[in-house]
Design a protein around this ligand. Structure first.
Ligand code: NAP
Length: 248
């Protein structure tokens, strides 16, 4: 039996690539999803084909009761987590700040920020030596938008990822002596469905001229960095924000 990894938003994109690469490295994986059960089940089945234990588990991360139920299901089926990837995240339609409703802002911060906090809280309760755990690693998905600001597109999203950067650095120091490392990845333009969900399916093509390497990245390229931060190869790395941006 491997160590248990929970990947939020593991049904597609970066989360699915992380779940499958981690499975290849021997992690048992819990693949969380919000809506697309079939895709999450498919990722879990692919992980099992790699010889590890895997399950799909639904929870909208902004709903505390669903997160608590998710952790109970993972505890029961796989055991306590040793790894958490806070990957679930959303964008919204391109808009200026002077057009943003409070409902939009609440959704953005509830999913991207509060969801990540609550999932991390439950992970710390299971991993921390202070609570009788055996340690672990948390990787948060931030974004290059945290430092670029995403003007005219989604400053709210960028600010939610800025919060993730600060959250990463603070939590890392809080639990460093309790066996838990906490780091973040800041991807740049990565070719996934997230851009279509923001109404700009060809966003990577539109903006790739701004990338020094001249192309968008793949979910698999991000997953390599995430899985490195989860594993013993990065044993002295904590509180770090790793840019995976092709130089952008
Ligand atoms: P994606 O393709 O849109 O996939 C999003 C995943 O999150 C799906 O599995 C989705 O599940 C899940 N999800 C959405 N809302 C959720 C909720 N409320 N609760 C639980 N799960 C939820 O996204 P991606 O491009 O792979 O991005 C993954 C992460 O990387 C995000 O945090 C994103 O902000 C960050 N990132 C992405 C890029 C990029 O260019 N792609 C760049 C920088 C940062 P269902 O399908 O089941 O709803």
């Amino acid at each position: 039996m491997g160590q248990v990894l929970l990947v939020t938003g593991g049904s597609r994109g970066i989360g699915a690539a992380v779940a499958l690469l981690a499975a290849r490295r021997g992690w048992d994986v819990a693949v969380n999803y919000a809506a697309d059960q079939a895709s999450a089940e498919r990722v879990a089945a692919q992980a099992r084909e790699l010889g590890v234990r895997a399950m799909a588990v639904r929870a909208r991360v902004e709903h505390e009761d669903e997160v608590l139920a998710m952790y109970r299901a993972v505890d029961a089926q796989l055991g306590p987590v040793a790894g958490l990837v806070n990957n679930a995240g959303v964008v919204d339609r391109a808009a200026r700040v002077d057009e943003m409703s409070v409902a939009r802002l609440r959704r953005m911060f509830e999913i991207n920020v509060i969801g990540s906090f609550v999932c991390a809280r439950e992970a710390v309760l299971r991993m921390s030596t202070r609570h009788g755990g055996a340690g672990g690693a948390i990787v948060n998905l931030s974004s290059a938008a945290a430092r670029l600001g995403a003007p005219g597109q989604y400053v709210d999203y960028a600010a939610s990822k800025g919060a993730i950067d600060t959250f990463t650095q603070g939590l890392a120091k809080e639990v460093a002596a309790e066996g838990i490392r906490v780091n973040a990845i800041r991807p740049g333009l990565i070719d996934t469905d997230i851009h279509a969900s923001g109404g700009i399916p060809d966003r990577v093509k539109q903006l790739q001229h701004q990338v020094p390497m001249g192309r968008g990245g793949s979910a698999e390229e991000v997953a390599e960095a995430v899985v490195w931060l989860l594993g013993p190869e990065s044993s002295y790395v904590t509180g770090t924000l790793v840019d995976v941006t092709g130089g952008r």
